[in-house]
Design a protein around this ligand. Structure first.
Ligand code: S3P
Length: 438
């Protein structure tokens, strides 16, 4: 099988369809992890079969967990091994491009009675890991990183056990929070984490679904070690981070009217809707319901004239993965959009501030990279070539830009789109984007 390297996009088009977006990546990782640690058999539907969540599956298989994915797409059966049932992996665990796998697993593995090693691809081995290894060390974990604080992470056996800590996260990060919660399941006493701002709370919600008690009070989460998880049945909603490309596309392309079915609308993830609405977007949530403690809705988006805004800082952690798509909305908006307080974007799968500023500039849009954000002046998108620097979300964002471009766009380095959105080009084509892959 050849992997897609490039998207070629003809200019124009409109998005009109009812679509089903693939399962939520964050929730898919957590479902595998908690299902593996539970007592009994967990059934999952709507699992994201993307490279990132499959890296998590491979890691647990390497630790002796039976995970069956042979049936209908998205259906997964996990034979839980119980909280103390993981086996030492024979080789280093390769997390590919997946920061969530590496950071969450570091917390879980730090508490195991065996040594392990986590590694990843070029992008992942450049990303900061001290944000997890330092608080885990305070809990008694022994993890070494490179001198730069990056992977590979070498994790010693937790021979004398971990102990709970009271930790205030210096940056809002659901990955760090979740890593500490997973370590906290094994620690003596109580592990408490205080967040500077709310971040996605899928770990907390899913622990509840697996019958594990935890206390939540505003931005503080506490968990006692020593409990057990009970297998369950979960349906994973569509990923709002993947839906975001279509929300932006339908907003900017004239005469669009798109419905995205069964998308997760957890309030810790809906910053993209709040920001697009503040820019003038026409977005309606229909048929609100719940899947396994996660709010879900059908999202209808119709084209609307957008205007530039100063993005509210409280929306930043709630839309942290959606900024590449939002910058395309800003490029099509009347006036200037300013984002600050978002330095975290520089340490995602790529430096999303720099890479987006470069691509927008190539397409004729005035974009100024700032240390902690970006300033974008809406204008006419031209044609040209942009590179995603192997970042899935950059590639999909620039694909949507073609809907308002005056000439063809080629997006290079698109292989990693399959980390979060397998089948993106086919689905986007079905919706009305004029996209070819090669
Ligand atoms: C994620 C948390 C976020 C997000 C990432 C997924 C998670 O990362 O960007 O794509 O599943 O917990 P940070 O914790 O670094 O903000």
């Amino acid at each position: 099988m050849t992997t897609t390297q490039r998207f070629q996009l003809a200019p124009g088009g409109r998005l009109r369809e009812t679509l089903r977006i693939p399962g939520d990546k964050s929730i898919s990782h957590r479902a595998i992890m908690l299902g593996a640690l539970a007592d009994g058999t967990t059934h999952i539907s709507g699992f994201l079969e993307g490279a990132d969540s499959l890296a998590t599956v491979a890691a647990f298989r390497a630790m002796g967990v039976s995970i069956d994915m042979l049936g209908t797409p998205g259906e997964v059966i996990i034979e839980g091994v119980g909280r103390d049932g993981l086996k030492a992996p024979a080789t280093p665990l390769d997390m590919g491009n997946s920061g969530t796998s590496m950071r969450l697993l570091s917390g879980l593995l730090a508490a195991q009675p065996f040594v392990s090693e986590l590694t990843g691809d070029d992008s992942l081995t450049r990303r900061p890991m001290r944000r997890v290894t330092e608080p885990l060390a305070q809990m008694g974990a022994k993890i070494t990183t490179t001198e730069q604080g990056t992977a590979p992470l070498k994790i010693a056996a937790a021979t004398s056990g971990l102990h709970g800590i009271d930790y205030h996260l210096p940056v809002p990060s659901a990955q760090v929070k979740s890593s500490l919660i997973l370590a906290g399941l094994y620690a003596s006493g109580t592990t408490c984490i205080t967040e500077p701002a709310p971040t996605r709370d899928h770990t907390e919600r899913m622990l509840t679904a697996f019958g594990y008690p935890l206390q939540r009070n505003h931005n503080r989460i506490c968990v006692n070690g020593g409990g057990r998880l009970h297998a369950t049945t979960l349906t994973i909603p569509g990923d709002i981070s993947s839906a975001a490309f279509f929300m932006v596309g339908a907003s900017i392309a004239p005469d669009s009217d798109l419905t995205l079915e069964a998308v997760g609308v957890n309030p810790t993830r809906t910053g993209v809707i709040a920001i697009l609405r503040a820019m003038g977007a026409d977005i309606t949530l229909l048929n609100l319901r719940e899947f396994g403690g996660e709010p879900v809705a059908d999202i209808r988006v119709r084209s609307a004239p957008l205007h530039g805004i100063r993005i509210a800082p409280e929306h930043v952690p709630l839309a942290i993965d959606e900024f590449p798509a939002l910058f395309i909305a800003a490029a099509c908006a009347e006036g200037e959009t300013i984002l600050r307080d978002a330095a975290e974007l520089r340490v995602k799968e790529s430096d999303r501030i720099q890479v987006m500023a470069e691509g927008l500039t190539n397409l004729g849009i005035e974009a100024e990279a700032l240390a902690d954000g970006i300033r974008i002046r809406g204008g006419c998108i031209g044609g040209g070539t942009v590179t995603s620097y192997s970042d899935h979300r950059i590639a999909m964002a620039f694909a949507m830009a073609a809907l308002r471009a005056s000439a063809p766009i080629e997006v290079q380095d698109c292989a990693n789109v399959s980390t979060s959105f397998p089948g993106f080009a086919a689905l986007a084509g079905e919706a009305g984007l004029q996209i070819a892959e090669s």
